[in-house]
Design a protein around this ligand. Structure first.
Ligand SMILES: Nc1ncnc2c1ncn2[C@@H]1O[C@H](COP(=O)(O)OP(=O)(O)O)[C@@H](O)[C@H]1O
Ligand SMILES: [Mg+2]
Length: 224
């Protein structure tokens, strides 16, 4: 097999959860910790990660643009995802890096599917289409009561983005959607109690990642 088409050897980790659940904070801390362990890490986010995808992100989060239909929202997110996968995630995985991504396909199912009511099967097909069937090796789900998450967000920034302004009912549906996904795929998705203090969540994440990476290494050694 030529090096250009060899199987990606990197690790793809995604962080998921509702607004203010601590994804961005934990992603940063996880990347710093992995880097100190001598790992090559790429920290990225969705929607975003490329020039075009970041522009789409700005449009999606801007509450001053016209009303956005759920389908339009899905198309824009998935367009951004394709760019991100092609230009950033896949190349980094090919180089053997650990890619840590703040939100990915599960957010589409939780927000546009469970939250906005779009057909889950259609969204899964669209996700496959956008990612070329790239599935994270491991997904960390940060679960927090809506009230706590939104309060954290309000204290964080003066202006609220389009999603922060959604109703509590919408956020409840998204939270329940994420939890359903975690029940369906318990091997890939690990749920963290994100209402705990920041340092406790960070420690729980580090423990899970350390064990997971070790198990993966042993499995790979056995396969040689
Ligand atoms: N476990 C936690 N306990 C208390 N505050 C937290 C915790 N995790 C994150 N925060 C704070 O909540 C705010 C939102 O966190 P952030 O990481 O941006 O969440 P998200 O990216 O999931 O929306 C930040 O001000 C952050 O410092
Ligand atoms: Mg964030």
């Amino acid at each position: 097999m030529s090096p250009a088409i060899k199987k990606p050897s990197g690790v793809f980790i995604t962080l998921e959860g509702g607004e203010g659940s601590g994804k961005t904070t934990q992603a940063r801390r996880l990347c710093d910790w992995l880097t100190t362990q001598g790992r090559k890490v790429l920290h990225t986010r969705e929607p975003g990660g490329t020039l075009l995808a970041e522009r789409l992100r700005s449009l999606l989060l801007d509450h001053s643009v016209e009303t956005i239909a759920p389908e339009t929202e899905a198309w824009l997110i998935l367009a951004a995802r394709r760019q991100h996968v092609d230009h950033v995630i896949k190349p980094a995985l090919q180089q053997g890096m650990i890619v840590v991504c703040d939100r990915f396909s599960d957010s589409t199912i939780a927000y546009q599917g469970y939250g906005r009511g779009l057909d889950l099967r259609v969204l899964r097909t669209m996700n496959n289409w956008a990612t070329g069937r790239l599935v994270p090796h491991l997904t960390l789900l940060f679960d927090v009561p809506i009230r706590i998450g939104l309060t954290r967000r309000r204290s964080q920034r003066a202006s609220q983005n389009r999603l922060d302004r959604e109703t509590s009912r919408f956020h409840e549906k998204v939270r329940a959607g994420f939890r359903t996904l975690a029940q369906q795929e318990p091997r890939r998705m690990v749920v963290f109690d994100a209402s705990l203090p920041l340092e406790s969540v960070q420690q729980n994440v580090a423990e899970v990642i350390a064990t997971w990476l070790n198990t993966r290494r042993i499995r790979q050694l056995r396969q040689r």
